[in-house]
Unconditional design. Sequence first.
Length: 517
Amino acid sequence: MIDNRAVGKTIATLRQNRNMTQQQLAAALNVSHQAVSKWENGAALPDVQTLMDLTRLFGITMEQLLNAEVPPERLENRSPLEEPIQNIGNFFNNIVSGIFTPPRDEDEDDGAADVETAEPVEAGETEETGEVGEKEAPAPFELEKLLQMAPFMSKAAVDALLLEHREQLTSADIARFAPFVSRECLEKLIQNPETEITWETLQKLAPFLKREMVDKLAKLAAMGGKAVKDAANNPSCVTGEDIGKAIGDVSQTLCRGAEKMARKAVKLGEDVVNEVTNAYNSFVEGARSREERVNALRRAACERALQDEKWDWLAEHIGEIDDEELLKAVAQKANGLGMHDWVLEHLNGYADTRTIDAAIEAGNWGWLGDHVWQFEDDIQEKIALAAARAENWQWLSTYAEQISLDNCADQIAVAAYRADAHALARQLMEHCMDRAQRETLANAVVNENDYDFLEEIGDQLQPEYFGRLCVARAQDGKWDVVTRFAASADHNSLEQMMELAIAEGNFDAIDLLDPLL
C-alpha cells in the first residue's frame, strides 16, 4: 500500500535539496503550487505522468519515489545558477583550437605561402577523371518503428542497431531509447561529437547513467557544449593530462615539429585549465551572492506587503517564500484579523488553534474534514480525539486513514469498541495501530470477556499475546478459554500450559495440547 504521507515528505525533501520553492516545482511540472502542497502534505498523489516527470527531474526511479527510498547521493544540495557560463566554454574552445593548429616548420621558406593550392575536387568526382559517379542511397533508418519494437527486443539487438546508425541520432532520440539499451551503449551514443547536451536531455538520461558520467555531462551542459570523443575538446572535465594524451594522438599524424608542439600544448593546456577553473569558481561564488541578495529583496518585499496588508499580492507570491519565520508571521497577522480561510487556502494549515477549537465546539465537522489534512500531526490527533468524545464514528471512519493517529489510535479504538462501533475499531487496528496499541485494544476486549470479538481481531495479534492469555487462564482454571485460543499461542506458552495440565491431571487439556506441541 502506497503511503501518501511518506511520498509527500520525499517530494518535499527532494525539492528543498534542489533549493526549489513549491512555486518553482509547480512551474517545472506545469501544475499549480496548490497541487504540490497537497502532495507534500500527503493529501493526494501525483498522477502517473506527473510521477514520471518527477522521477526524471530528481534522477530517481518510480519505485524509489513511491517507496520513499531515495539514495543518499540524490539528496545533495544543488544551487541552480542564474546565468549561463557559455562565455567560459567559448573561451576554452578557442584556446584548445589554437593548441591543435599544427605549427609551421621553422626551416620552411617564407615564400612557401606562395605555392599554388590545388583546385578542390567536387563531391562525387574522382581526382583522375573528374567524372561524377553515382552512389547507391542506403535504405532509410526507420527510427520510430524501432522505438515501438524496442520494449519487445533484447538490449543487445537494440544496442547494435543504434550504434550502427549513431550518426543519425539526436540527443532527444537517445533519451527516448535510454530505457531499452545497455549503459555501455548509452555512454557511447552520448559521446557522439555532434550530440548536444542540454539540461532537458540530461534529466531524461541521468537515471540510466553512472553518477560520474552525469556529473561530467552536467558541467558540459552548463557550458553549452557538445559531447566529444577527446577530453581535450571537453571543457567540463579536461585536465592537463587529458590534453597531453589528445595531442600525443594528433602528433602521430604529423611529420615535422610534432614533438615540440605537443610539449608546448600540454603546458598551455594546464595553464588554460587553471584559468578556467578559477573563472568558474568565481562565477559560482558570484551567482550565490546574487541569489542571496535576491532572496533578501524578496523577503523585504513580502514584509512590506504584510505591513501594508496587501493580501492579494501576498496570495500571489506566497509560494515563493521558503522562510519559515516569515510564513508564520504572515499567518499570525492574518489569523489575528480573522482571515482563517485565507490562511488555510494559502499557507497549508497555519491555522490559529482558536479557530479549530471553535469549529470543534460548534460541531463543524464538515469544515474540519475539508481542512484536517493541512494541520500538524498534534492538531490532527486533537481533532480525532474530539470526534471520539463526540462519538462521531462516521467522521473518524472517513478520515482515520488520512490523518496522523500515531499517539491516540488505541484510545479511539477502545472508545469505539465500548460504543459498539466495532467496524471502526477493526479499521483502526488494521491501518493505524502498532503492536502495543493492538494489544491495548485486545486487553479491553478480554476484560469484557468478549472472546467472540477477540476472535474477529485475532489475525492482528501475535502468537505471544495468545500464549500469555492462555497461560493466565490456565492458571485460573479457565480451560475453556485455553481450548478456544491454544492453537494461536506460541510454542513456549504451549509447554507451560502442558505442565499446568499435567500438574492438575487434566487429561482433556493434555490431549488438546499434545498435537499442538
